[in-house]
Design a protein around this ligand. Structure first.
Ligand SMILES: Nc1ncnc2c1ncn2[C@@H]1O[C@H](COP(=O)(O)OP(=O)(O)O)[C@@H](O)[C@H]1O
Ligand SMILES: [Mg+2]
Length: 222
């Protein structure tokens, strides 16, 4: 199989006609892979642009998911494509795509508080999580420019649904803000354009930071 991309949890290989296989790193837990598969089907049913998840497979001693192939490139490559300068047009597209996504309500997804509690060891953080708002919006949970692809017609396509859950919009916005930490310029422009201030997302950021170390340990190949 021909390797076409690498992520943090998996490698993406060509898989016949217009399909790819997302092959997770060895020993990546099967329940998480099934969870991503399920989430991908839920998102597709909502009519959000995303590659269809066809089946679970095992190949080369690893487990994976067969998806439709998106011909194009990830949005992170477009953001700085022209002479290394940030593209305002693609940043706008990224923010608008997130706004659209956050219009969807959902019931068939994990409560974001349960997601956060999977990584929590101390009572103080659990109490903070319990104190946050509830909500029923669809939250991607990992919405950053390498999890959005741009197809050949310049449509944005959502990928990588492992951390999808339901909850208040501010949680997902705080996650994206946190994930954009490598570029302060993009980070602050994102927050401004999506219409919030640092104070709005602070209680969520606090918890996101508290769980991050444990969360990353889950994502590393064992
Ligand atoms: N369906 C797809 N078609 C084409 N390329 C894809 C597809 N899914 C993922 N990719 C590429 O593989 C990269 C990693 O995929 P992703 O699902 O984000 O894995 P990870 O969970 O490891 O982050 C993406 O950034 C993208 O470049
Ligand atoms: Mg990814």
């Amino acid at each position: 199989m021909k390797l076409i991309a690498k992520g943090n949890t998996a490698e993406i290989y060509e898989y016949g006609n217009n399909l790819v296989c997302k092959l997770f790193y060895p020993e990546y837990p099967m329940p998480y892979i099934k969870h991503e598969f399920y989430n991908a089907t839920v998102v597709e049913k909502l009519g959000i642009k995303t590659p269809k998840a066809h089946k679970l497979i095992a190949a080369e001693g690893r487990d994976g998911i067969v998806y439709d192939q998106i011909l194009g490139e990830k949005l992170s490559l477009k953001l700085y494509a022209i002479s290394g300068e940030l593209s305002g047009m693609w940043l706008d597209a990224f923010v608008n795509f997130h706004k659209q996504l956050l219009q969807h309500s959902i019931e068939d997804a994990m409560n974001y508080k349960d997601f956060l509690k999977m990584f929590v060891t101390d009572e103080e953080t659990i109490a903070k999580i319990d104190g946050l708002a509830d909500g029923n919006y669809l939250l991607h949970g990992d919405f950053h420019p390498a999890n959005v692809m741009v197809d050949q017609n310049d449509n944005l396509v959502l990928i990588d649904m492992m951390n999808m859950c339901r909850g208040p919009r501010l949680y997902d916005i705080a996650r994206t803000y946190f994930l954009l930490k490598y570029d302060n310029n993009v980070q602050s422009k994102y927050l401004e354009q999506i219409g919030y201030k640092l104070g709005d997302i602070m209680p969520y950021l606090d918890v996101i930071l508290a769980i991050r170390k444990n969360e990353m340990m889950r994502q590393l190949p064992i």
